[in-house]
Design a protein. Structure first.
Length: 597
């Protein structure tokens, strides 16, 4: 301990200091470093990382301040089967989470953490989730032996001395203990102890498993806290939309992992819209913390993050020009293709990028790749880590501790069949049902089979940090606090025709759907009543300039009664899981839908 005294003394909060001392004793690092969040510190980390082979500096001209990182090939996505909610009894986890008894989990992980940082440096990373000074901001401290994690947390959160200031001499902070261990999937556990405000993650260096401020704190732990304290932590993007009259509305949208949040949050409207004066701005691309505003009974929200951890493949100046601009500097690229340039410096490449494929490169798994190879150069879940302040359309209120008022809540899944482009729920209670039975095809963001439809309530299936029964009840109860609730919608950008082609152009063109949604929120757009909810007629969505006629729109919006019945049957999956614990409002809503059909 004595060689660590100087670093320990730089931790101003005694509660944190005491906890770090315990972790030193457990993990036995050779060195201790307490992060301050300065620019110099970041550069030192990056330089050290380059020497240690953690990072490769990319060509400074093409990619100023950007670095490449490749994670272990067995460690490229979230691991839902190794993610646990721990507590004294099973009820806290509920039927949709893996449960582990807290005493057993602590005992097992203690053996793994024991001495795991011998020969390594322990980084103490203090961070704030949420704009500084917001009453909803939460402080966390991550202890990690990964330089990649320390640097990434510096981008994704408000990291360093600001966190000590926010915490003061308080004791409410989330203890986040992380080690990459030996990156062995056999010894990989992502454990949450919501009663103890604590996260222990071992054996993975990747994204949601390792950057503990993100899914672990800002969703699993925060959703638990929110239920107790009367607010919500959701897997939602936040965006602002200004119409030609200068009126601004804010939207929150929940789509499952790799189903379009980052793209939607940064969308550039079609030219005819921008010419008229429509503007879209980003508050956040992945997580929203929301509460009922006591002054006016409206839903308000902040983005707890400060960076984007976005899907790289498919990012190009046609699909998402604002993302392309956001990642041109000071960005870390993980598991993309690595290209050696003529002068020996490094470039990167990914599928569906702006650049033609290189003659050869190193693929995400470390092997050589050439254009003929059947595998991908970039892993489908390869990611960029970029500061949100790089975003050219960052909303002026993105850093505002007071948050923004939400007009519309949107739920959306990736569904090649059955689900129409857009409909509106009849009211909040119906909207909660629509969100709760959301189905989506699985993606590469988590390990496991890709492309199978599963129920993903509120796009939160892997992120609800407690019993889903209490989570759904909490959603229904929020209605009481919201005297002026947002309108609730369901969208599906991913419906396909019989030839397997997307029926809707998506991306920037989603503005056309958004226009209808926002007008509905102001009582200014027409809708017809259907069994699912309120739907635009084909003529209610502006199709000008699209190679699409009203007939195509009709097909995109069609509801097939037989398909909806099978959809209802597949909802059984969720209803059976919850059994007698299913909130009765859910049963009522389902009965109403059946009777409408
Ligand atoms: P996470 O970061 O995992 O939470 O994902 P996300 O929800 O932010 O998804 P993202 O915006 O990164 O999009 C994931 C994939 O969906 C990308 O490959 C996009 O190209 C694709 N995508 C996004 N929006 C659309 C759309 O409107 N239409 C179609 N067809 N594809 C889209
Ligand atoms: C997701 O999977 O929803 C992500 C990426 O946003 S991760 O941080 O790995 O969770
Ligand atoms: Mn996500």
């Amino acid at each position: 301990m004595s060689q660590h005294q100087a670093a320990l003394a730089s931790i101003p909060n005694t509660n944190v200091r005491r906890w770090v001392e315990q972790c030193i004793e457990l993990c036995q690092p050779d060195h201790l470093y307490v992060c301050n969040g300065s620019k110099t510190e970041k550069q030192t980390f990056l330089d050290e990382g380059c020497k240690a082979g953690v990072f490769l500096k990319l060509n400074e001209k093409k990619w100023p301040g950007c670095y490449y990182h490749r994670s272990n090939a067995n460690d490229v996505a979230r691991v839902e089967h190794l993610t646990f909610i721990c507590g004294p009894d099973e009820d806290v986890a509920g039927p949709t989470n893996n449960y582990w008894n807290d005493k057993e989990a602590y005992a097992k992980l203690q053996t793994l953490f024991s001495g795991c940082m011998k020969g390594r440096t322990m980084y103490v990373v203090p961070f704030v989730m949420g704009p500084i000074g917001s009453p909803f901001a939460q402080v966390g401290v991550e202890i990690t032996d990964s330089l990649y994690v320390a640097v990434s947390m510096g981008i994704m959160t408000r990291m360093g001395d600001v966190a000590w200031k926010q915490l003061g001499d308080g004791e409410k902070f989330t203890e986040c203990l992380h080690s990459v261990g030996d990156v062995n999937p056999e010894r990989r556990y992502i454990c949450h102890f919501p009663y103890d405000n604590r996260i222990w993650s071992f054996g993975s260096g990747y994204g949601g498993n390792a950057l503990l401020g993100k899914k672990c704190l800002a969703l699993r732990i925060a959703s638990f806290l929110g239920q107790k304290e009367g607010w919500m932590a959701e897997h939602m993007l936040l965006m602002g939309v200004e119409n030609p009259l200068g009126e601004k509305q804010y939207v929150a949208a929940a789509f499952p992992s790799a189903c379009g949040k980052t793209n939607f949050a940064m969308l550039i409207p079609p030219k005819a819209y921008t010419d008229k004066g429509w503007k879209v701005t980003t508050i956040g691309d992945d997580i929203a913390w929301m509460w009922a505003d006591k002054k006016n009974g409206r839903l308000r929200a902040i983005n707890p993050e400060a960076g984007y951890f976005g899907v790289v493949p498919g990012t190009n100046s046609k699909s998402n020009p604002n993302a392309v601009k956001s990642i041109r500097k000071d960005t870390i690229f993980t598991n993309v293709g690595l290209v050696t340039m003529d002068d020996g410096s490094y470039d990167i490449w990914w599928e569906d990028s702006d650049w033609v494929a290189p003659a050869k490169c190193i693929a995400w798994d470390g092997t050589e790749w050439t254009p003929g190879t059947s595998k991908k150069a970039a892993h489908p879940n390869s990611r960029f880590t970029a500061p949100m302040f790089n975003n050219p359309v960052l909303d002026a209120a993105a850093d505002d501790p007071a948050g923004v008022p939400i007009s519309a809540l949107i739920f959306g899944g990736r569904r090649s069949k059955t689900i129409p482009l857009v409909y509106q729920a009849f009211n909040w209670m119906h909207g909660v049902y629509v969100g709760a039975v959301l189905g989506s095809e699985t993606t590469a963001a988590a390990t496991g089979q890709v492309g199978v439809v599963r129920r993903d309530p509120m796009a939160m299936l892997p992120f609800i940090g407690y019993n889903i029964r209490d989570y759904l009840v909490h959603w229904f109860k929020m209605r009481k606090k919201l005297t002026d609730p947002p309108r609730v919608f369901c969208v599906n950008w991913f419906r396909k025709n019989d030839q397997g082609k997307f029926m809707w152009p998506g991306f920037g063109e989603n503005m056309r759907v958004l226009e209808w949604i926002l007008n509905r929120c102001k009582g200014q757009a027409y809708a017809m009543e259907t069994p699912l909810g309120w739907m635009p007629r084909p003529e209610d969505i502006n199709l000008d300039g699209l190679p699409m006629d009203e007939q195509a729109m009709r097909e995109l919006q069609s509801i097939n009664a037989e398909d909806v019945k099978s959809e209802l049957l597949s909802q059984q999956e969720l209803f059976l899981k919850l059994g007698g614990d299913m909130p009765k409002e859910m049963l009522f809503q389902r009965e109403l839908l059946i009777s409408r059909l």
